[in-house]
Design a protein around this ligand. Structure first.
Ligand SMILES: Cc1ncc(COP(=O)(O)O)c(C=O)c1O
Length: 380
């Protein structure tokens, strides 16, 4: 049997919407983008929502919109996708990496506290795999030290913390609609904020800093010369993406239920087996079940994680790793002199991590095969 790590399940409605958008005579940011932003806003308790080309773009615009002084510090977890940190560098900020809590894989508030200096201006909370960070502790730190709190919600569209939706707790939320995400538009992202001024600024910044959006200017009979108010970017979501997004947002609850059942099956399969350790869910939170990350109890298994991955691939099961600690990538090592002794928790945890296939169209039969294959390869 062949089980890919991920398989998209685009709905018929999304295909119809895309066809409609393609025939509509308007391909870039327009009616569909505006509708998707409104629907997303309803989903996120009325937050202001700005459609962008990726979560990376949302993170970049978040840090620009907050006007963080060049040379100030942003605290980022080690265990994340590189762009969480790289976008801070592009804003002229210094990235300070905080260790993770090895039980939840999210940023450790204790380590964040140790890393705060007079130059710290923001913390980026990454809700990894869909597991919420300890937002209470992070909010306390942010308040005490007057720091902005940005939520990287790339994995966490459905997540909630004490009943509050992800991306609406901190100052800004950044969502990804990349091909493998719980909601995909192939590529795409959304910035959320409760602050209307930030939303207005991000709307300008996503599209060249231009004051009048093209599709709105077109509705006017009189020629409307646009003005440039900010040094902007080319990060605007366009209607073909949004056409998919609208349909996929409607599909979100049903896909969530399917992933939840699959996730719970994995939990049941591994919870009483001493060769594995389950990642703990943040108390009082809703998990988005974006990734199933298993921790291998390497002392009890005769192979390294990489050998296990290779053996599983030979038997047709694709797996992945989320993530390699960002400061240990070549760029960060050479540019900033980091090494693994500075991040012992992240590095040791990284060696244990194994992500198993999890997506709505993963059949029960395929999931059983994944579980059995893992058991077989570590036993022989
Ligand atoms: C935690 C995290 N943050 C940010 C991103 C960037 O998302 P995008 O590809 O939409 O820029 C990713 C992508 O996988 C991610 O996993």
């Amino acid at each position: 049997m062949y089980v890919p790590f991920f398989k998209p399940n685009i709905s018929q409605k999304a295909i119809e919407n895309v066809t409609d958008a393609l025939y509509s005579g308007w391909l870039t940011t327009g009616k569909y983008t505006s509708e998707f932003e409104k629907a997303f806003s309803t989903y996120k308790n009325g937050s202001h929502c700005v459609g962008v080309t990726s979560c990376t773009a949302a993170l970049h615009l978040a840090m620009i919109a907050l006007n963080l002084p060049k040379g100030s510090e942003v605290i980022v977890p080690t265990l994340t996708f590189p762009s969480t940190a790289t976008m801070a560098l592009h804003c002229g900020l210094n990235v300070v990496f905080a260790e993770i809590n090895p039980k939840t894989l999210t940023i450790s508030p204790n380590d964040v506290e140790k890393k705060i200096t007079s130059r710290t201006k923001a913390i980026i909370a990454v809700h990894i795999a869909g597991n919420m960070c300890d937002m209470h502790a992070l909010q306390d730190l942010a308040k005490k030290h007057s720091l902005y709190l940005i939520e990287d919600c790339a994995h966490a569209i459905e997540s909630e913390y004490q009943g509050i939706p992800s991306g609406t707790i901190g100052d800004i939320g950044a969502f990804s609609f990349y091909a493998t995400k719980n909601l995909t538009t192939a590529e795409g992202g959304m910035l959320t904020t409760k602050n209307p001024e930030i939303a207005h600024k991000v709307k300008l910044l996503r599209s060249h800093g231009v004051d009048k959006e093209i599709w709105k200017r077109r509705e006017s009979i009189a020629y409307q010369q646009y003005d440039v108010l900010l040094a902007g970017f080319k990060y605007n979501m366009f209607d073909i993406q949004a056409a998919i997004g609208i349909a996929e947002l409607e599909n979100l609850p049903q896909n969530y239920q399917k992933r939840k059942i699959l996730y719970q099956n994995y939990v049941k399969a591994f919870e009483n087996d001493p060769r594995f350790e389950l990642v703990s869910q943040q108390p009082n939170s809703k998990h988005a079940y974006h990734l199933f990350i298993l921790k291998l109890n390497t002392a009890q298994i005769p192979y390294t994680r990489d050998v296990i991955m290779q053996k599983m691939k030979e038997k047709g099961v694709e797996t992945s790793v989320h993530f390699f600690p960002v400061p240990l990538y070549t760029y960060y090592r050479t540019e900033f002199g980091y090494n693994q002794t500075q991040f012992p928790v992240s590095y040791q945890t990284y060696l244990q991590l194994l992500s198993l296939p999890l997506y709505p169209d993963l059949s029960m039969e395929a999931q059983k095969y994944v579980i059995q294959t893992l058991r077989d390869v570590i036993s022989c």
